[in-house]
Design a protein around this ligand. Structure first.
Ligand SMILES: [Zn+2]
Length: 332
């Protein structure tokens, strides 16, 4: 090999090495740029999450809180559709119709099916009065026991209290009355409540007149009984003995009592006809005073304040009312 040839080969070798070095640098640069781009993208998506999460979170977790009993009056449809306070965003505004058909609850107590036709709820068209007996403070002012009567009674008696719990009767009466209202409204009835809180002052005559004026088809006056006999127990119904509502009230009671006894397993103490209750005497619509149980009986007092037992009482009353008006709850 000549010296010139050797130089030429050496130069070619250096050139090749230079090319390899260049290729290596380009490769490295490409790799670095690629990582930078990836990192930049990742950074942006992180930024998106931190930017949008605080905005998105409130709507995702926004819920309709369980509505207080007192506020239910004017918002029946919402209550039916969303009784458990489930997320607002996924709450369907429908209630299941009989036979599992999806349907929308209307304000008039009917269901509108997907096909657009309306179906009646079991108690649609009925106006039912509920008078939760007594109130926070009794009112000893007097009022006539019946229209035209010279005999008077306290406007509102104090009521009894629980032998086991000490709970006042007015509170238990209202608890159960509100549950009954919700159930009846869910079944399509219009419900007239004489009171929805305990701290009121409404006389027995006024309570009767509220239900008369509303044109109630029937009124249930909810009470709990008290007796000096601690063994006394069971459900007793009271209706007037005389007057135009005596017979229809008694006939209704004949259906209500067995329905309540069946639902609760309580002893049906009987149906009693008396003209001694102002609230019944002043009623111009069929009216039944329901003594739901004895708070003077230790065991029955505990039951009367038990949520599950209260629901049984409500179920019995709802079924009894349905029978009274020849309605069926079978498809409920
Ligand atoms: Zn009472």
């Amino acid at each position: 090999m000549t010296r010139r040839k050797h130089k030429k080969k050496l130069r070619a070798g250096r050139f090749l090495a230079f090319l390899l070095a260049c290729a290596l640098v380009i490769l490295c640069a490409y790799f670095v740029i690629d990582r930078l781009v990836l990192a930049a993208r990742h950074h942006i998506s992180d930024a998106e999450i931190t930017l949008f999460t605080p905005v998105a979170e409130p709507t995702q977790v926004a819920t309709i809180p369980p509505i207080e009993q007192e506020s239910l009056d004017e918002d029946v449809v919402v209550v039916q559709a969303n009784p458990m306070g489930v997320p607002a965003a996924v709450t369907p505004t429908v209630t299941p119709a009989p036979q599992g058909v999806q349907a929308t609850a209307e304000g008039d107590g009917t269901l509108r099916l997907d096909r657009g036709e309306k179906v009646q709820l079991p108690l649609t068209g009925l106006i039912i009065g509920i008078d939760p007996g007594h109130q926070l403070h009794g009112n000893n002012d007097q009022e006539p026991v019946a229209p035209g009567s010279r005999e008077t009674k306290a406007k509102v008696a104090s009521g009894t209290s629980g032998a086991a719990t000490g709970t006042p009767e007015y509170a238990v009466n209202l608890d159960i009355a509100l549950k009954l209202r919700d159930r009846l409204e869910g079944l399509g009835a219009d419900v007239i409540m004489t009171r929805t809180t305990n701290d009121v002052d409404i006389s027995n005559i006024e309570r009767a007149q509220m239900c008369n004026d509303a044109g109630c088809d029937i009124v249930l006056r909810l009470h709990c009984n008290g007796s000096t006999n601690a063994q006394a127990n069971g459900i007793g119904l009271y209706v007037t003995e005389t007057g135009s509502i005596a017979l229809p009230s008694y006939q209704a009671a004949e259906l209500l009592l067995p329905a309540m006894a069946k639902a609760t397993g309580a002893h049906p103490a009987g149906i009693f006809r008396r003209d001694t209750y102002s609230g019944l005497n002043w009623s111009t619509v069929p009216s039944i005073l329901v003594e739901m149980g004895y708070m003077s009986n230790y065991d029955e007092d505990l039951k009367l304040e038990d949520e599950a037992y209260q629901e049984l009482l409500v179920d019995g009353m709802a079924r009894g009312l349905a029978q009274i008006f020849s309605r069926s709850l079978d498809g409920e």
